[in-house]
Write a protein that binds this ligand. Structure first.
Ligand code: 5AD
Length: 354
């Protein structure tokens, strides 16, 4: 599959032809990563953020957001739940929060490893090399940092406070890989100003850099953010007929095509997909290329404050309910719950080649 074919598939609307795409993606998923669905327990450790990303409901500039930081003890309790639930990984995610300092996070990572032995993923925004090395040494295994779009101009417009360009962000990811992390990235689908060609290029970029994990979700307008207002209108007008829709179908096409060009990567069926289509979003993701789900373990009192977009699936659930629903869904699809850390087969091969 080349970039032109990707572009062509993205614009496809014929349901019968799309059936062929879904089938190819599902077959590739089965052949290359199997029937296991790996569960990663997500803990949203802080909603403080110094950045002003134009799409995000917890951006620094977002008014009326009550800010929180989860305590070490609470995070360790979440990690215990992850272990008890049989998950293979704990993911710690936050806004870009300088209050998460190097030593504190290193201590948390060591604590989780010592108690649970689980794989640890960090998703804490752009951090300096010293922080990243310290966290890797403490035992963190993976780092997630989506590049969101490969269009340099759009990247700049939706990230007005980020110091670097999209190529700097990709360099960051590569630096993380050098430090020893498995690296994950991803994009939002249907960002105002995103065109079909940009989206095709995003998918091609996943392949170029051989990403270990790729998260894809529809963009969901977050009230009061610049992208929900004048900036969004302006960017959409600029893209005109080439504007991509932020619907589940388009996100699923991106997911399926990503599975085809990165057959062994770990791809979650994302919460954003489940949010836009509560009845079948998550299942459709799993049927069209995804092999990972990230059940939310954040304590309920904090969960409601981590609204990067409105109506996030599972907002008012407890960890037990979320987990039971997801496991039932996995079984219902004839799939199995993954055991072990769920590392992409790609990673082992890359390491042995070194
Ligand atoms: N809609 C959908 N996804 C969003 N994210 C942030 N804001 C939104 C939104 N409004 C995604 C970004 C980020 C990830 C943590 O959540 O891709 O990297």
């Amino acid at each position: 599959m080349d970039r032109n074919e990707i572009s062509h598939w993205l614009r496809e609307t014929d349901e019968t032809r799309l059936e062929a795409l879904w089938r190819m993606a599902d077959e590739t998923r089965k052949r290359c990563v199997g029937d296991e669905v790996h569960l990663r327990g997500l803990v949203e450790v802080s909603n403080h953020c110094v950045r002003s990303c134009a799409y995000c409901g917890i951006a620094a500039c977002a008014p009326k957001v009550e800010r929180y930081r989860v305590t070490t003890e609470e995070i360790l309790e979440c990690a215990d739940r992850a272990k008890e639930f049989g998950f293979g990984t704990v993911v710690m995610q936050a806004g870009e929060d300088p209050g998460i300092d190097r030593e504190w996070m290193a201590e948390v990572v060591r604590g989780i490893k010592a108690r649970t032995g689980l794989a640890i993923t960090l998703s804490l925004g752009e951090r300096n090399e010293g922080d990243l090395k310290a966290w890797r040494e403490a035992g963190a295994d993976r780092y997630l940092l989506r590049f969101e779009t490969t269009d340099p101009e759009l990247y700049r417009q939706i990230h007005p406070s980020l110091p670097g360009s999209v190529s700097d962000r990709i360099d960051q990811l590569l630096k993380m890989r050098d430090i020893g992390f498995e690296i994950g990235t991803g994009v939002m689908v249907g960002i105002p100003g995103q065109t079909w060609d940009t989206l095709a290029n995003d998918i091609w970029t996943f392949r170029d850099y051989d990403m270990d994990m790729i998260g894809i979700g529809p963009y969901i307008s977050s009230p009061g953010t610049p992208l929900d207002g004048a900036l969004g209108v302006e960017l959409k007008a600029r893209a005109g007929k080439e504007q991509t829709p932020n619907d589940p179908l388009t996100a699923l096409k991106v997911l399926a095509l990503t599975r085809l060009v990165c057959p062994e990567t770990n791809i979650p069926s994302t919460t954003a997909l489940a949010t836009l289509d509560p009845t079948s979003g998550r299942a459709n993701g799993l049927l069209r290329g995804a092999n990972v789900v990230m059940p939310n373990l954040t304590p309920s009192n904090y969960r409601v404050l981590y609204q990067i977009y409105p109506g996030k699936a599972g907002l008012h659930e407890t960890a037990d309910i979320t987990r039971a629903k997801i496991e039932a869904q996995i079984m219902g699809l004839g799939r199995t719950v993954g055991r072990g850390p769920g590392t992409s087969p790609r990673v082992g091969r890359r390491e042995s080649a070194q």
